[in-house]
Design a binder for this molecule. Structure first.
Ligand code: BV8
Length: 259
């Protein structure tokens, strides 16, 4: 095992207040596209920053809902990878370890991590756009995605699917995610910031560190004097803040430092 990995494993063994902070990269090896990867990134294919906005949903609800249904289908067909499982191992080994994710998939939960803090919401928590913003109950349109998918398992050019109507008030149902220009859930942001400020070890995994205010969280840990370990195969904006920078993928590196 190389010295950086050994040092990271040593820090994890002695740490008492651990935060694991994840981004889209931890789900990449489960086959869930990230936002910015050149090869598979949603940015390059669906202009995610444009579609993930209230304006896009208002302008074309069928396209935006269809995009989220496609993404939900991708996640439903995905399995947690060894990176997610290693995070769960950390939550079992370090009492009080906190998992904060920017991701909207449920792979941390399906890997067995308890109490995952979602800064940007979830693909699986749709809600109505009405004032009540109550959780929506509606037939799951994802079930019919399979027969429309091309052999590659992906729709040819995106699919328009009319969003369902809320059974409680008849308003449109929207994805339960935080769009660009929308405020993050206050409780999630507070949990993330307070955990980072109290941490002695902060693991940042698979994030470009470009989306705010989430990108402030690692910086809070640095200011608090925590040791920061980054796991990412590419350079990021967080490189300057890291105690140890492990250039590698989540599914390979995390199991090695948790072993
Ligand atoms: C807000 C849900 C205000 C939707 C998402 C300050 C400066 C600049 C801009 C801003 C700022 N403050 C606010 C902004 C604007 C904006 C913003 O940050 N824009 C960015 C583009 C600059 N922020 C907002 O709009 C936020 N809202 O500030 O509101 C406000 C305040 C009060 C009242 C009203 C309003 C809301 C931001 C949330 C947006 N929603 N997701 C959806 O998913 O559809 S963000 C989206 O990006 C995902 O959640 C994703 O997780 C997140 C962050 O990206 P990453 O996770 O880092 O993913 P990325 O693709 O970038 O990188 C992947 C990384 O993984 C790469 O580094 C890659 O190398 C690595 N990787 C690849 N494979 C692997 C790997 N790593 C490990 N293993 C591998 N195998």
């Amino acid at each position: 095992m190389d010295t950086d990995l050994q040092q990271a494993a040593g820090l994890l063994r002695t740490a008492r207040r651990v935060v694991v902070f994840t981004g889209a990269g931890i789900s990449a090896e489960s086959g869930v596209p990230t936002f910015r990867d050149d090869l598979t990134g949603l940015w390059s294919r669906f202009n995610a920053e444009h579609l993930a906005t209230p304006e896009a949903f208002h302008a074309d609800p069928d396209l935006v809902w269809g995009w989220y249904e496609w993404r939900r289908s991708r996640v439903r067909h995905a399995e947690p990878n060894p990176g997610h499982l290693a995070v769960t191992a950390i939550t079992r080994r370090v009492p009080g370890a906190v998992v904060v994710t920017q991701n909207v998939d449920d792979l941390h939960e399906r890997a067995g991590s308890p109490e995952v803090t979602h800064l940007h919401g979830s693909l699986f928590a749709p809600r109505c756009v009405g004032d009540g913003a109550h959780p929506a109950t509606f037939p799951d349109a994802t079930q019919n995605v399979a027969h429309d998918e091309s052999p590659s398992g992906e729709p040819a050019d995106g699919r328009r699917i009319p969003p369902p109507l809320c059974v409680s008030c008849g308003a449109l149902v929207r994805p339960g995610v935080v769009w660009f220009g929308e405020e993050l859930p206050g409780s999630a942001l507070t949990t993330a910031a307070e955990s980072a400020a109290a941490s002695d070890l902060f693991l940042t995994v698979g994030t470009s560190g470009m989306v705010y205010p989430a990108a402030e969280i690692p910086r809070i840990a640095v200011r608090a004097g925590a040791a920061v370990i980054q796991v990412n195969p590419q350079p990021t904006q967080l490189d300057l803040f890291c105690t140890i920078n492990l250039l590698g993928t989540a599914a390979h590196v995390l199991p090695a430092i948790v072993a």
